[in-house]
Design a protein around this ligand. Structure first.
Ligand code: DQA
Length: 144
């Protein structure tokens, strides 16, 4: 099984960005945890980060040939990017939306996700564990 993990805008600053909300792990450390978990589960994983909507859409399109499933933290694009939602709907791969923080316990605008209707499920508020659980979930779903 091949999984593409997509980290959206501002997540390259993890570790220094609002650590009281997003924790102190850097994106490299998070990706290392993801790779370790994937190796244990026998999943081939590729991690990708971009601050640009178009690059994220291109990565989703590329997943048509290169991946069997997607894990995506779309960052702030979660709340308004119809283009990323349409890309996920177009490729129709099983996808899980992950948020490090509990978006429901924060500002009102973070409660709405335009991505949620086109993904298999969401994991929010569990920090790095959200990505690891998403890997496990995708594997279990594939084996059902
Ligand atoms: C986030 C939540 C978003 O609202 C925010 O814009 C982010 C990070 C999270 O992982 O908690 O950039 O997706």
């Amino acid at each position: 099984m091949r999984v593409l993990v997509i980290h959206g805008p501002n997540l390259n600053l993890l570790g220094e960005r609002e650590p009281e909300i997003y924790g102190t792990l850097t994106l490299d450390e998070i990706n290392r945890r993801i790779r370790d978990e994937a190796a244990e589960l026998g999943i081939e994983v590729r991690c990708f980060q971009s601050n640009s909507e178009g690059a994220i859409i291109d990565a989703i399109h590329g997943a048509r040939r290169e991946a069997d499933a997607i894990i995506i933290n779309p960052g702030a694009y979660t709340h308004y990017s119809v283009a990323i939602r349409d890309a996920l709907a177009a490729v129709a791969l099983p996808a899980i939306e992950v948020h490090l923080s509990n978006v429901h316990a924060r500002e009102e605008f973070r409660r709405h996700s335009v991505i949620a209707p086109v993904v298999r499920g969401q994991i929010v508020g569990l920090g790095v564990q959200g990505y690891l659980l998403a890997l496990r979930g995708l594997k279990a779903l594939a084996q059902e």
